[in-house]
Design a protein around this ligand. Structure first.
Ligand code: URA
Length: 286
């Protein structure tokens, strides 16, 4: 497991520039209201589009359970971190195992409050055994730094699937489902205070099929663990690889990060007036 601290090499302003967000963005004053504590996958946000799918049921459903392999699910649900890593390393539950160099379980602080979930390892991740170490990872690091976070320090990073899809294609539903017991166990072991889903595959993995990314962004969901415990707030945002290609959506990603930070501060009871303004309805202004 990684987790060593890395000193930021760039100033905050430089990081925001890296994200395509300079000059510094400031939160527009908004009606106060930190996101309400989430109950059972309610969606509460400013950008829920009319006619969006019935979010509560789907959002509360948790990571999809593969149709078969009940015994495997039970086994994985009882594993600790090391067993999980060893199990993923030899997993043959789907065809992705055929092309992998190694399974990439995740990296970071095992007591992290923040859990970021991406899609699946790419070539560099497959080679190095750590998520988000390629170009998308550099952007993710810049995004983290923009909200005063760094990988390994109160942050854990995982993927919907642990093995590299060939040609970096999007993982299929069956592959996401086959890997779901690992993700579910990671969440149960970590018990983060907030989950940030990066892209549609991650949203699919954690929330089930709940619509397009545009529909999910800006709304608040909750992850309800099948093992019980408190619901965990979930935010959906863009995948960094998408942001590298679609620069104009970086501003929206920044909005999402501000919401995430406001939610986290609310969860920790350290919200500031600015965070309250950055509740679900907050939007940054240049
Ligand atoms: N993209 C992802 O979704 N995950 C990684 O680990 C790397 C790139």
């Amino acid at each position: 497991m990684g987790g060593e601290l890395r000193r930021p090499l760039l100033t905050r302003l430089q990081l925001l520039r890296e994200m395509g967000l300079s000059p510094l963005w400031r939160l527009r004053p908004q009606a106060a209201g930190v996101a309400q504590p989430l109950v059972g996958g309610t969606a509460a946000g400013s950008e829920a589009e009319p006619g969006s799918p019935g979010e509560p049921a789907a959002a509360a459903a948790g990571v999809p359970v593969p149709a078969a392999g009940g015994e495997r699910n039970v086994e994985i649900a009882g594993m600790g971190w090391e067993e999980l890593r060893q199990s993923a390393a030899i997993c043959r539950a789907c065809n992705l195992c055929q092309g992998r160099r190694q399974a990439v379980l995740g990296v970071g602080d095992l007591k992290a409050d923040w859990l970021f979930i991406g899609e699946g390892p790419g070539a560099e991740e497959d080679a190095r055994g750590e998520p988000f170490v390629g170009p998308a990872g550099k952007l993710l690091d810049a995004m983290l730094a923009a909200i005063d976070l760094q990988r390994g320090d109160d942050v854990y990073i995982a993927n919907a699937v642990k093995c590299r899809p060939p040609g970096n294609r999007t993982p299929e539903s069956s592959e996401i489902a086959a890997c779901a017991p690992y993700l579910r166990r990671q969440i149960a072991l970590l018990q983060p205070r907030l989950i940030v889903l990066l892209g549609r595959a991650a949203a699919h993995a954690v929330l089930g099929e709940v619509g397009s990314l545009a529909n999910m962004r800006g709304r608040s969901f909750a992850y309800r663990s099948p093992a019980g415990g408190e619901d965990i707030p979930v935010i959906v945002s863009y995948h960094p690889a998408y942001l590298l290609r679609t620069l104009h959506d970086k501003a929206r990603a920044w909005e999402d990060l501000c919401r995430a930070r406001a939610l986290m501060r609310a969860a920790k009871g350290t919200a500031t007036g600015r965070d309250r303004a950055a509740g679900p309805d907050a939007a940054p202004t240049p």
